[in-house]
Design a binder for this molecule. Sequence first.
Ligand SMILES: CC(C)(COP(=O)(O)OP(=O)(O)OC[C@H]1O[C@@H](n2cnc3c(N)ncnc32)[C@H](O)[C@@H]1OP(=O)(O)O)[C@@H](O)C(=O)NCCC(=O)NCCS
Length: 430
Amino acid sequence: MGNDYLDMPVDPTSRDQLAAEGLRLELVDISDKQAFAAWSRAESRGFHSPVQTEAAIEQRHSYFDDRRITGVYDDSVPVPQEPVATTMVWPADLTVPGRRTVQSWAISDVTVAPTHRRRGVARALLEAELRTAQAHGAPIATLTVSESTIYGHFGFGPAALARDLTIDTRRAKWTGPRPAGRVHFVTADQLLEPGLALVERVRLTTPGQIAYDGILWDRQLGLMVDDEVAKKQRFVRYDDESGRMQGFASYTLNENPADFTQHRLDLLHLVTATDDAYAALWRFVLEMDLVSEVKAHLRPVDEPVRWMVSDFRAVKVAELDHLWIRILDVPAALEARTYATPGRLVLSVSDPFGAADGSWVLDVDDTGTPTVTPTDDPADVSLTVEELAAIYLGGASPVMLHAAGRVRGDAARLEAMFRSPVAPFLSHWF
Ligand SMILES: CC(C)(COP(=O)(O)OP(=O)(O)OC[C@H]1O[C@@H](n2cnc3c(N)ncnc32)[C@H](O)[C@@H]1OP(=O)(O)O)[C@@H](O)C(=O)NCCC(=O)NCCS
């Protein structure tokens, strides 16, 4: 995709709907620093974040050349330059099964001011984005969410889950491999390029990953000026025996003032390209002196660490939905990935918004390569666009969804074709 999405006009349907309510749907001109600052303040207010400093706004502004930024304005409010609703989008590569990517319309910063909530403003904004994504040819829209109750209303489904782990390090003695490479402390600056190169090296191995770019990567490294957590952030990398970096981790230590032997370590990010790097960095974290608890945030559901410590129950797991996707073009989305088994399946998809409504034959050859064509044949499987999103990356089990009454028909065949050997996972919020 080129940068032409930046100049596409706002969606006329939503613009007219909002105009009928006395509201203006507009693109924010990034070259107008005042307009951007007002938008940025409204966005942080919408997420209940602290009031942004000038320096924070200035830094944010420096990243957003490739972002399409939208605001909804109400000229009758006392601060009319600050939008009452915000969103921001950009085209981002989404990894799909088969070590491939598909273009996605990444949607971020969706807020509606508490003064304007529950009167259809978010619906108008989101539907505008979905139609613009369609016009631009993006087969899928993606987002990460504050609440799991919101985006089903717009045809999104949870495509990749994530786990938070809480590990009692006094019980979880290391039983895994002890690789011969070395763990080194590094600075955030020392990870800036090599860390991103490593992330890129492994991005295609996990469905659900979305490419990092400027602000996403810098935020991960704690480089945002208003990031309070970053003051405590430490970084380590693992080098294999030949001295090549094969992984890195970042964490914070949080003191228990009543007992210095009971610090908590928060593992913020751990990315590895080899099993050795994985084992060495986890061991480093779990054997840290003065730490009694490790909280690991946003980890994959197929995380192996439980099998590398002495006590399974020392690792408590909390699961959450993380990456939500919305399929806008069924043939393009289904043809973007490969499949686990060959076969022919007629899928009937319902979508009240219309984009994904219809029936298609999914024909998969012996190499796992699909062709998808419209059909009038009777359906083998019927599902809504939400369930299609949930199974698309190989995340939710169609058999389980069938048992939940959410997929009808031959769920076993659907499962055999759609499953992924690597659980879908996204390692950041956007
Ligand atoms: C979530 C938010 C954007 C919704 O905005 P809104 O303008 O009030 O939403 P709308 O009035 O357009 O509602 C659209 C639909 O979503 C539903 N909905 C909206 N917010 C919801 C919520 N928090 N939980 C469940 N459903 C919700 C509405 O019931 C409505 O359903 P329907 O059209 O199918 O009947 C707004 O409350 C907000 O800014 N919240 C704080 C920031 C946030 O969480 N943003 C989301 C970031 S991922």
